[in-house]
Design a protein around this ligand. Structure first.
Ligand code: NAD
Length: 439
């Protein structure tokens, strides 16, 4: 294999791309969607064929059966996944999601995205991801705790501050991270705070971690507007998803002077051309759980939110919401991807033709991974930073990453997504070359 085994730079001489993009199938398959972007960037980088093959495969994929004693005395067996896509640049880093539609393909894609994301913001982590197939809303708190602890013990040998560090994702939160940390620590016979990030601040969590992804998304949207020479004050913003990422991005964008004209969650979407009051929406959700029923705005459909006339669209809910079916109808000038994988590869081509400036997920939502890194550093050092320090360092890293991506895009005349993949893949590839192939 032509993958270098020394420290000399083995610049590629030939690139093998195994896929005909025009016959690309599986628009909804997240791993395929990720790979089609990877292929394009690898081709432009003229990536060495050996490295190309290595980077197309996850290092480790684990499937576990997780038996859980339910409150009614019955036992239910759940399926759990953990994928370590790459540990080349450091320990695996990636969230755990609890959802009924989690699949291995999805977890693989998310683990790969984490690899590129961590490399893009230049933090010393690889990429991983986990998931358990379950409907957390149908489980009691005690059942959820037993599920979390048993899943953790099933993947215990993978986890560790030096090997794989989980974090929250869809339907997992600080509470779940605390159970994971406790289970791991009980097995190790001492407290290991750095085994997870996104923990409560009282037990080693970082200040600012909870808000980091939404805050980072705001920084990315602001930088995009700056590049496009669009005034941030009065910019109309539509946000899909009003959970951790979406609601905090909406709050911060409103503070920056934007007008949040539309938001949605799983219960429906709301619209007000004069701008919604985000704080008021947050207190409504706190009391009523969902946005539906909010009396001070007009209910609209999801398609109307996605295609609303606005300056910035922030998809911050789930994957595959901007597809070849609706991309042509999008009227936003900027899309800032708070969610992972909200835009399919086919939609990317349509958006490109329309001149929509898409800030890709691995850049737009990298704030969470960045502050997770800060948390891991603080845990290992046993010295905790104040919120101002966290936010300042986050801002610095994200602004630099945005500049590097935008410069790369200009140099190669490609869109931001391709540029972001090129930068991050090249960073992972560079370490591969330096480390060589252990035979
Ligand atoms: P969350 O569970 O807190 O919120 C998700 C929100 O999306 C909820 O408001 C939910 O009602 C809404 N939603 C779900 N399906 C929807 C639909 N079909 N239409 C409209 N709204 C819908 O999750 P989160 O942590 O905010 O994560 C959202 C996305 O951001 C995910 O793709 C996640 O992987 C990604 N992300 C999260 C973080 C983080 O730190 N939390 C970091 C990076 C990326």
């Amino acid at each position: 294999m032509p993958h270098s085994s020394g420290t000399t730079d083995s610049r590629p001489t030939q690139t093998v791309i195994h896929r005909d993009k025009d016959t690309f199938l599986g628009e909804d398959n997240p791993f395929e969607a990720m790979m089609s972007r990877f292929d394009r960037a690898a081709e432009l980088l003229n990536l060495d064929p050996g490295l190309y093959s290595v980077l197309r495969h996850p290092e480790k994929q684990v499937i576990v059966s997780v038996p859980v004693l339910l409150d009614n005395g019955e036992v239910q067996v759940f399926t759990g996944y953990r994928v370590l896509y790459s540990t080349t640049r450091g320990p695996g880093k990636g969230g755990i999601r609890f959802a009924s539609n989690v699949s291995l393909e999805e977890v693989k894609a998310l683990a790969a995205w984490m690899t590129w994301k961590c490399a893009l913001v230049n933090i010393p982590f690889g990429g991983s991801k986990g998931g358990v197939v379950c409907d957390p809303n149908s489980l009691s708190n005690a059942e959820l705790e037993r599920l979390t602890r048993r899943y953790t013990s099933s993947i215990l040998e993978i986890l560790g501050p030096d090997s794989d560090v989980p974090a929250p994702d869809i339907n997992t939160n600080e509470r779940v991270m605390a159970w994971i940390m406790d289970t791991y620590s009980m097995h190790k016979r001492h407290t290991v705070t750095a085994v997870v990030t996104g923990k409560p601040v009282e037990m080693g969590g970082s200040r600012g971690r909870r808000e980091a992804t939404g805050r980072g998304c705001t920084i990315a949207a602001r930088e995009a507007m700056r590049r496009r020479e669009m005034p941030i004050h009065g910019a109309r913003v539509a946000v899909q998803g009003f959970g951790n990422v979406g609601s905090i991005a909406a709050k911060h964008l409103e503070r920056e002077g934007c007008s949040i004209i539309s938001v949605s969650d799983v219960s429906g979407a709301l619209y007000d051309e004069n701008g919604l009051d985000v704080e008021d929406l947050l207190s409504w959700v706190q009391n009523h759980r969902f946005l539906s029923g909010y009396p001070k705005a007009d209910p609209i459909g999801e398609h109307e939110l996605l295609t609303a006339e606005c300056e910035v669209l922030v998809p911050a809910a789930i994957e595959n919401v901007i597809t070849s079916k609706n991309a042509a109808d999008i009227r936003a000038k900027i899309i800032c991807e708070g969610a992972n994988g909200p835009t399919t590869a086919n939609a990317d081509r349509i958006l490109d033709e329309q001149g929509v400036y898409v800030v890709p997920d691995i850049l737009a939502n990298a704030g969470g991974a960045t502050v997770s890194y800060f948390e891991w550093v603080q845990d290992r050092g046993g010295y905790f930073w104040d919120l101002e320090t966290v936010n300042l360092r986050l801002e610095r890293i994200l602004v630099q990453a945005f500049d590097e991506v935008a410069t790369m895009a200009e140099r190669h005349n490609v869109n931001l997504r391709t540029a972001a993949y090129m930068l991050s893949i090249e960073r992972v590839a560079a370490v591969h070359r330096l480390r060589g192939l252990y035979a």
